[in-house]
Structure formats: structure tokens, C-alpha cells
Ligand binder design. Structure first.
Ligand SMILES: Nc1ncnc2c1ncn2[C@@H]1O[C@H](COP(=O)(O)OP(=O)(O)OP(=O)(O)O)[C@@H](O)[C@H]1O
Ligand SMILES: [Mg+2]
Length: 255
């Protein structure tokens, strides 16, 4: 596996937020991680990208409770569970976090340039920008608009675009569809389909399991900190237990 999480557990004080999770993403796969509120999905993404470890370091010097991390995470064959968050970014694991909002006072293009801060070569930056504009033409149309005036959907596109500006090896997305209209969600998933076909490795967290699994190669279902189901997207979509418990009654009768 390109990205492999092995027997990872995370505690905040006495609360075990991640309970012995093993999962992974292979080169070129789109893997969906689904599950209800509070399952630990965001915490797992934050663990992979070094943010929980970073928080742990910060909290050493505060009155906050203790954070404990166990297990092993490897990326491209090397352990990253002790590697600082900024170095994980440099290696190409890029997270577009939940409820991501751009810097509101900055223009669209300036926000995109923030995403390219690690790239030195100007030609590469131009190439990445053209790619993002091709995927999200509305960002090109609005490139000189102040980001705070974008619609919610456009801001989410900007968040994904900004992550893509650094040419990630693995793109990690935390609920890109949150609070958006169906038409906008369809547009974002259209882009994810395209990226997947181009061979980008993607780890997608979503509460809407039906949508997330329809666009995925494989999936994991999390609940109260554990992985409770794993399989191909087709297997999970056809699994009665997954359908009833996690997809909700409104998806229960769909084929
Ligand atoms: N910094 C924190 N300190 C203490 N508990 C936390 C912290 N962050 C998250 N939690 C708790 O950990 C659990 C998992 O939270 P997490 O945000 O990872 O879930 P999630 O699956 O992403 O949920 P959602 O779908 O609502 O985004 C929740 O019970 C949450 O209250
Ligand atoms: Mg979350």
C-alpha cells in the first residue's frame, strides 16, 4: 500500500477516539472512509497528516488533557507516524480539511498560490494553475475576486484547488460535500472522478456513504473509533448491514 495505517489508536484523555484502526490507500485508488457523526473520521485524517501529534506536542505545555498515539503509519514504505506535519506535507500527503474556508480577504488566485508555496519552479506552478482552472473553470472566471465573496460551493472548489496546487501524491479530503447543493456536489465528485482516472491516490471522508462509495474503488466504514466494515465499493454498497445502519433508511431501497 502507498499509505498504510496499522493498528493505530488515539486517546484524548480517557476517551479512545481511534480504536486499533488498520486501513490503507494503494497507488491510484480512490478510497472512501464513511461513517456517522463522531466516528473518528476527521481524527484519523488528522492523525495521518501529523496534526494530532502536533497537537500532542502543543498540549505538553498547556493545561489540556493528554493525547496518546499508538500504532504505525507508513507512506511510500517509510514510517511517518513520528514525522512532523510540515514534513508530511512536503512528502506529498495533502489534506483539505473539513469546513475549509479560504483566506477571505485574499483573491482566488492568491489563495491558490498559497497551495503552491512548496513549489519553486515557476513553470510548474503555472502548469498546476492551468490544471486547477481546467478542473474548476469558475475559479478562473473569478480568479481576481476576493474569496470571501464566493459561494459556499465555489469556496469548497477553491479548497480542493488549493490542495491540488501542490501536486499531492495522496489527496485527503474531509467532507468536501458538506452543506452544498446537489448540483455543486455533483460537480465536485465529477472532478474527483477525473482525478481518479488520471491516477491520483485519494482518501475521501464522507458522511454520505452512498455518494462516496459510488465514486470509490474501495471503502471502510468507521463507527465509534473502529473500522467495522471494509471492502470494495460494490461490496459495501450491496452489504445489507452497511445499507441499513450507515446509509440510512432513505438509501435503504436503492439498487
Ligand atoms: N480535540 C478533541 N478533544 C476531545 N475530543 C475530540 C476532539 N476532537 C474530536 N473529539 C471527539 O472525537 C470523536 C470523533 O470525532 P471526529 O471529529 O473525528 O468524528 P467524525 O467521524 O469526523 O465526525 P463528523 O462526521 O461529525 O465530522 C467525537 O466524539 C469528538 O467529540
Ligand atoms: Mg469529521
Amino acid at each position: 500500500m502507498l499509505l498504510e495505517v496499522s493498528n493505530v489508536s488515539v486517546w484524548y484523555d480517557k476517551a479512545m477516539l481511534i480504536n486499533n484502526v488498520s486501513m490503507g490507500v494503494d497507488q491510484g485508488e480512490l478510497v472512501s472512509l464513511v461513517g456517522p457523526n463522531g466516528a473518528g473520521k476527521s481524527t484519523l485524517l488528522r492523525t495521518i497528516t501529523g496534526l494530532v501529534a502536533w497537537e500532542k506536542e502543543l498540549k505538553k505545555r498547556s493545561t489540556h488533557g493528554e493525547i496518546k498515539l499508538e500504532g504505525q503509519i507508513t507512506f511510500d514504505g517509510e514510517r511517518i507516524d513520528k514525522v512532523p506535519a510540515h514534513e508530511i506535507v512536503r512528502r506529498g500527503l495533502i489534506l483539505a480539511p473539513e469546513r475549509r474556508r479560504p483566506f477571505k480577504e485574499m483573491t482566488v488566485i492568491d489563495n491558490l498560490m498559497v497551495g503552491a508555496y512548496l513549489i519553486r519552479d515557476k513553470a510548474n506552478i503555472e502548469e498546476n494553475l492551468e490544471k486547477v482552472y481546467q478542473l474548476f473553470p469558475v475559479l478562473k472566471e473569478r480568479s481576481h475576486q476576493v474569496s470571501g465573496t464566493l459561494s459556499g460551493g465555489e469556496q469548497q472548489m477553491l479548497a480542493v484547488g488549493r490542495a491540488l496546487m501542490s501536486r499531492p501524491t495522496v489527496l485527503l479530503l474531509d467532507e468536501p460535500s458538506l452543506g452544498l447543493a446537489p448540483r455543486v456536489i455533483a460537480a465536485i465528485f465529477g472532478v474527483l472522478d477525473e482525478l481518479r482516472h488520471e491516477g491520483l491516490s485519494i482518501l475521501l471522508v464522507e458522511q454520505d456513504a452512498a455518494v462516496a462509495l459510488r465514486h470509490a474503488d474501495r471503502g471502510y466504514v468507521m463507527r465509534t473509533g473502529r473500522v467495522v466494515r471494509a471492502g470494495t465499493a460494490g461490496e459495501l454498497l450491496a452489504d445489507d448491514g452497511v445499507r441499513e445502519i450507515y446509509l440510512g433508511p432513505r438509501h435503504g431501497s436503492e439498487g
